[in-house]
Write a protein that binds this ligand. Structure first.
Ligand SMILES: Nc1ncnc2c1ncn2[C@@H]1O[C@H](COP(=O)(O)OP(=O)(O)O)[C@@H](O)[C@H]1O
Ligand SMILES: [Mg+2]
Length: 334
């Protein structure tokens, strides 16, 4: 699953280029600068810990559905310029929290500040124009439009009113600029050769890549990715991870929801753990698996360390399984 980490000097290569091509090595095995190194030195490994330069701050944010309190986050800060992973068991409230942070849903209580400015009442596309964009757990590309048209439509969705005005006045010129930007981004994502294909003809992983490329049309300073690697084959996962690291090297802040611990270990600078709507732990990726609250949340047990074997076992349990109610003596199917 994580073969690329072991291939540094073995002379053995995996053909990542087959699905991307065109743009050479960008986003593949290249090592990108990590401007977040050292950014978390001295940061408390505890829920709600202050960060040296937070781009996003949430306080007392809650959201209930009927009697269920899906999100109840006291305080969290997301460090600028770093990759922060949001993890937690299925149903923990990660997607709901993402929706609240990006104003696709509205909290019952609490405030969110982006770049020091309260986001309450700001519409999603206005937030995008201010530099915060998100992708979805289920990709939203339009199957019967070309890759290039999907990119250009993203610009229109993100800029809302601005683009409509453009339709009346200097439409051509603006469209040319948008098209040029779309082409540049497709090139950065090694997707130039796919620009006239129907988005519906792309593989699941290529669609995830397109979704990320679309988000870049807004020129974001913060990109929020909900399960960017879900359903993506291992080779393309490496390519996607490379692109996420590239965005960080360009100064973009990344916050992403992910359940694959290998991915979390590989690319995140900081991990925030949710369970039952609340933040229960924070810390660097290497330490998070030893955190007892995290282990408890994932396994509903108090005496196991989150070893590789347990991690794998957790990942293999179907997502909708209630982990608190597994049969005992479950050692027959190894
Ligand atoms: N629109 C909704 N209506 C009712 N319940 C919801 C809705 N969205 C999410 N929930 C519930 O809120 C909880 C958190 O869900 P979600 O945010 O999707 O979790 P995660 O992304 O961590 O798996 C779950 O119990 C889920 O069933
Ligand atoms: Mg989710």
């Amino acid at each position: 699953m994580n073969a690329s980490n072991e291939m540094s000097d073995a002379g053995e290569t995996i053909e990542f280029g087959r699905t991307s091509g065109g743009g050479g090595a960008a986003g593949l095995q290249k090592e990108w600068d990590n401007p977040a190194i050292g950014a978390f030195d001295g940061v408390d490994k505890a829920p709600g810990s202050p960060k040296p330069d937070p781009i996003l701050v949430a306080r007392e944010v809650s959201r209930s559905f009927g009697g269920l309190r899906a999100v109840d986050v006291e305080h969290v800060e997301i460090q600028r310029g770093a990759i922060t992973a949001l993890i937690g068991p299925n149903g923990a409230g990660k997607t709901t929290f993402f929706n609240l942070l990006t104003n696709f849903d509205h909290p019952d209580t609490g405030t969110v500040k982006f770049n020091g400015e309260e986001t309450s009442g700001v519409r999603s596309h206005e937030l995008a124009a201010k530099g915060m964009v998100r992708t979805f757990q289920l990709t939203k590309v339009l199957a019967k439009m070309s890759v290039l048209d999907n990119m250009m439509l993203a610009a229109q969705n993100q800029s809302g009113e601005v683009m409509r005005r453009g339709l009346m006045n200097g439409w051509r010129r603006q469209e040319n600029e948008v098209e040029q930007r779309a082409r540049e981004i497709l090139d950065e994502f090694n997707m130039t050769h796919m620009e006239s294909e129907y988005a519906g003809a792309l593989s699941g992983g290529q669609r995830k890549l397109l979704e990320m490329a679309r988000a870049m049309m807004a020129n974001p300073s913060l990109i929020m990715l909900d399960e960017p690697m879900a359903g993506v084959n291992p080779a393309l996962t490496q390519s996607l991870l490379g692109h996420v690291k590239r965005l960080r090297s360009e100064g973009i802040t990344v916050m992403f929801v992910e359940h694959d611990m290998d991915v979390v270990q590989d690319i995140s600078d900081w991990v925030v753990v949710m369970a039952e709507g609340s933040i229960i732990a924070e810390g660097p990726p290497r330490s998070i698996g030893e955190n007892q609250a995290v282990v408890d949340a994932y396994l509903g047990s108090s005496h196991a360390a989150l070893t590789d074997e347990i991690r794998e076992a957790v990942e293999q349990v179907p997502a909708d399984t209630d982990l608190t109610d597994l049969p005992e003596g479950d050692d027959t199917d190894g």
